[in-house]
Design a protein around this ligand. Structure first.
Ligand code: ZN
Length: 65
């Protein structure tokens, strides 16, 4: 198994830690589409799309209540 070059990965993406492991969506519609798919397929009812302050893209997260 090849090691993941962590330095390279970090240099390439300007993502902050909060973005790590999250799929970036380029538009709200794309994020919402994915969110609704996951909601129905996996029962992720608290899933919401939000505009990320760190990278300016859209991520999916859990609704905080
Ligand atoms: Zn982000």
């Amino acid at each position: 198994m090849a090691k993941t070059p962590r330095k390279l990965k970090r240099a390439r993406s300007r993502h902050a830690k909060s973005c790590e492991g999250k799929q970036p969506h380029k538009s709200r519609k794309e994020a919402e589409d994915t969110a609704s798919k996951l909601r129905s397929e996996r029962g992720r009812r608290n899933l919401v799309a939000y505009n990320c302050q760190q990278c300016g893209k859209w991520h999916l997260g859990n609704k905080q209540r």
